[in-house]
Design a protein around this ligand. Structure first.
Ligand code: UGA
Length: 431
């Protein structure tokens, strides 16, 4: 099938590439010409394991191409995916101006039937708006369907998640749209949920907000554990064995970040409010998430007493491991607070120095290695749990630090082992 993807961000690019991998003819377009030039040269705009190889393979097989206008996308694909950003406004609501602009471009170029599918994460009722915009700006009587097909990929495992999803959701209004989507996903092995567009839109916001809530639950629990002298790791281990609860997304830490959870929780809360329901549970999810970071900063202060002038070594800057994405990264936010308090920060991240610079500029030193970050430090702080930080030569690090204090923001290390290595060690909700 010929399909087009408008917007080559994390979701759009990976969606397009994975459809090509499953045998479709895919055109990916983007308003950012520099990004398209890069993709044409075989350079990836983001770091994502396996992406470069799968792009190269599909370009070579002539199933995947990049570039052109939104009009070209409409002419090329029978199915046109919209995967443009829906960034947060200051009041938490999602800014849907890119979606509206793309919908108008689609309308203007519509000559015969197209299935317009929304992939971006959008508030409920957006599909209805997209349909209205296309109806208003397209030639009279031109045939199209609108559908919602939310994406559930995680950064860092995006290719694998997209090729082998847990479930596929179709929000459709017609049999024809359902049939096209079923054909499109024929080579994917996953249960398919077919529902109306509004419910499909809600499945996405509700899923992300629920996962964020699980994390905030674990973080609130960690505060109680800390006060009681219990171990949050043990508590969630016991909880997770209940099949109704499960083990995932119960890791306590400095809080969730990234380009999805913070934005989606706020947007879901905002659309609920607009619809007349005050979703206070989500307000508290956000509060606990903010507190998680503050609790951790307080621990650093307790250890260093006066932060000003102290050297702090930092492990990790991206919002989670295996990605160079620093958007809404709690790690970046912790470093910003440390810098504000007057700390001299030397940070190391395996992939994210370039992207971190957009936020931190020259306010910190970018270290060459974990050892370089720790050298001469008054304290070492782990903010993102990259595998590379697992098996280090700890005796070398302990010796090189001014004082071997380790604050673990992700409960990544074993407290006993780290203390045996000679660290003053603190983590989240564990004795
Ligand atoms: C998230 C969802 O997991 C995807 O299903 C969804 O498709 C995506 O958002 C999206 O809407 O596009 P992602 O943002 O890539 O994916 O990252 P996650 O792996 O979900 O992690 C989010 C944050 O939660 C990270 O900062 C991570 O460190 C934190 N986290 C995760 C915890 O603090 N504790 C946990 O137990 C799990």
């Amino acid at each position: 099938m010929k399909i087009s993807v408008i917007g080559t961000g994390h979701v759009g690019l990976i969606t397009g590439v994975c459809f090509a991998e499953r045998g479709h003819q895919v055109l990916c377009v983007d308003s950012n010409a520099a990004k398209i030039r890069k993709l044409k040269r075989g350079e990836m705009p983001i770091y994502e394991p396996g992406l470069k190889e799968i792009v190269a393979r599909n370009v070579k097989a002539k199933r995947l191409s990049f570039g052109g206008s939104n009009g070209d996308a409409v002419r090329f694909g029978k199915v046109v995916f919209i995967s443009v950003p829906t960034p947060p406004r200051s009041d938490g609501t999602a800014d849907l101006s890119y979606i509206e602009q793309v919908s108008r471009d689609i309308a203007k170029n519509l000559k015969d039937y197209r299935l317009v599918v929304d992939k971006s994460t959008v508030p409920v009722l957006t599909g209805e708006r997209v349909k209205n915009v296309i109806t208003r700006y397209a030639r009279d009587g031109v045939d199209f369907d609108v559908a919602s097909n939310p994406e559930f990929l995680r950064e860092g495992t995006a290719v694998e998640d997209t090729l082998n999803p847990d479930r596929i959701v179709f929000g459709v209004e017609t049999r024809r749209a359902e049939k096209i989507l079923r054909d499109l996903y024929r080579n994917f092995k996953a249960p398919i949920v077919v529902t109306d567009i509004k419910s499909a839109e809600l499945i996405k916001h509700a899923s992300n907000s629920f996962l964020a809530m699980k994390i905030s639950y674990a973080n609130a629990l960690s505060a109680v554990c800390e006060k009681a002298g219990a171990d949050v790791g043990e508590v969630v281990r016991g909880m997770g064995m209940d099949g109704r609860i499960g083990h995932q997304f119960l890791r306590a830490g400095i809080g969730y970040g990234g380009s999805c959870f913070p934005k989606d929780v706020s947007a879901f809360e905002a659309i609920s409010r607009d619809l007349g329901y005050d979703f206070r549970l989500l307000t508290e999810v956000r509060n606990i998430n903010r507190d998680a970071k503050e609790w951790f900063l307080r621990k650093i202060q307790e250890e260093l007493w006066i932060v000003k002038g102290k050297k702090v070594g930092v492990f990790g800057l991206s919002f989670k491991p295996n990605t160079d994405d620093c958007r809404d990264s709690v790690a970046i936010s912790v470093v910003e607070s440390l810098v504000k308090m007057g700390a001299k920060v030397s940070a190391y991240d395996p992939q994210s120095h370039k992207s971190a610079q957009a936020y931190l500029g020259k306010k910190i030193r970018y270290a060459r290695s974990p050892y370089d970050a720790a050298k001469g430090a008054d304290a070492l702080v782990l903010l993102t749990e990259w595998d590379e930080f697992r098996n280090l030569k700890w005796s070398r690090i302990v010796k090189s630090m001014l004082h071997p204090t380790l604050l673990d923001g992700r409960n990544f290390y074993d407290p006993k082992e780290m203390r045996q290595e000679g660290f003053t060690y603190r983590s989240i909700g564990r004795p």
